[in-house]
Design a protein around this ligand. Structure first.
Ligand SMILES: [Mg+2]
Length: 363
């Protein structure tokens, strides 16, 4: 059959972070979500999710001006053929960033449609195990304040999380968090690319005593896999990265450089489920553990949970530790005992709530 329409829908959801909200591009951080609604000629609706953050207006423009004219009227059944064709046609306007976030949203929606047509949950479409839950870790926002780090780390443990990731760059905050949660909780440090390799090695040596499961994105630029590999070799702490990689080819280069212990592709950024599953196969061949990047609350999080059942490694899904004032997916993304449920309905297993969409859509 054919794709009849592609509609981007931006939501701005109310949320609290357990402290002051950071600024980005001159305003307080939003919980923005860019849903991608795809409808076929026979009336089946699939939902995708393009990386939101502060870039959603640009991604929405990419959907409206590039993706829609190229994909409407095409056959939705051969996802690989359509996505490969769009990747090739669009490479001249960027192999990462808003155009690829837009492609990611389309790809997720097409997989949702395929699952709905087959009457199977996505986990089964991808050959996943019969796991009913996948473990999640609490991904705390950056507080840069020891009292707030300690309070929110303890709150995450009280919610049932067995693993907690900080977005801090100071050794003192890591020490505080370790003291707050005790020795039995897994602790990770995500730094968002601040340092040179030498600076990162110095920090790695200082945080080693706090038993980190991984140190994430310690060097800038994120694509400098040689520098990252040097930090991994000499810093004495396991390394995670991948949310800023742009393709399976990039992950291959990352693995060839022996730059990471944990690979973190993001389904709403990397090109969707199709590209993510290619990376999963590559990671399995190279014996690298996948721990997907997924600090969002839309169809991208559900897609990540389904895919996690198909990864051969033991994995954890990233869960943004914020208090959402309204959940577009209702209880489908509730944390129960530090885990997320694998939906059992066809496709992604849960459509966004029309009442939440009506209330929180931004134009
Ligand atoms: Mg990160």
């Amino acid at each position: 059959m054919t794709i009849r329409s592609i509609t981007p829908i931006a939501l701005d959801l109310p949320f609290e972070v357990g402290g002051p909200k950071s600024q980005f591009a001159g305003r307080p951080r939003q919980m923005a979500m860019l849903l991608v609604r795809v409808e076929t000629e026979d009336g089946i609706v699939g939902w995708g999710d393009a990386f939101g953050y502060a870039v959603w207006p640009v991604t929405r423009a990419a959907i409206e001006t590039l993706i829609t004219p190229m994909a409407v009227g095409r056959n939705e059944d051969d996802i690989d053929a359509l996505m490969s064709d769009l990747q090739r046609k669009l490479h001249i306007v960027g192999r990462t960033g808003p155009v690829v976030y837009a492609l990611s949203g389309l790809d997720i929606a097409l997989w949702d449609i395929a699952g709905k047509k087959a009457g199977k949950p996505l986990s089964k479409m991808l050959g996943g195990s019969s796991r009913t839950h996948v473990p999640a870790y609490a991904s705390l926002v950056r507080y840069d304040n020891s009292e707030l780090v300690a309070r929110n780390a303890k709150a995450a443990v009280a919610r049932g999380f067995k693993a907690i990731k900080l977005h801090e760059t100071s050794v003192a905050h890591v020490k505080t968090a370790r003291e707050a949660v005790g020795p039995d909780i897994k602790l990770m440090m995500d730094t968002n690319c601040p340092w040179t390799a030498d600076e990162a090695i110095s920090i790695a040596e200082q945080v080693r005593e706090y038993d980190l499961m991984w140190l994430e994105e310690p060097v800038f630029p994120p694509e400098d896999f040689t520098a990252l590999a040097r930090v991994r070799r000499t810093g004495g702490v396991a390394i995670a990265a991948g949310e800023n990689a742009m393709s399976p080819t990039d992950f291959r280069a990352m693995f060839d450089a022996r730059a990471v212990d944990f690979a973190q592709p993001s389904v709403t950024k990397i090109g969707g489920i199709s590209e993510m599953m290619r990376i999963a196969r590559l990671a399995r061949e190279r014996n690298v553990t996948l721990v997907p990047h997924s600090p969002y609350f839309g169809p991208g999080l559900l897609a990540t949970v389904h895919m996690a059942t198909a990864f051969e490694c033991e994995t954890m899904v990233e869960y943004s530790f914020v208090e959402l004032g309204a959940s577009p997916l209702g209880d489908a993304i509730d944390i129960i005992d530090g885990r997320l449920k694998v939906p059992t309905g066809p496709g992604l297993g849960r459509d966004p709530d029309p009442a939440i969409i009506a209330r929180y859509t931004v134009t």
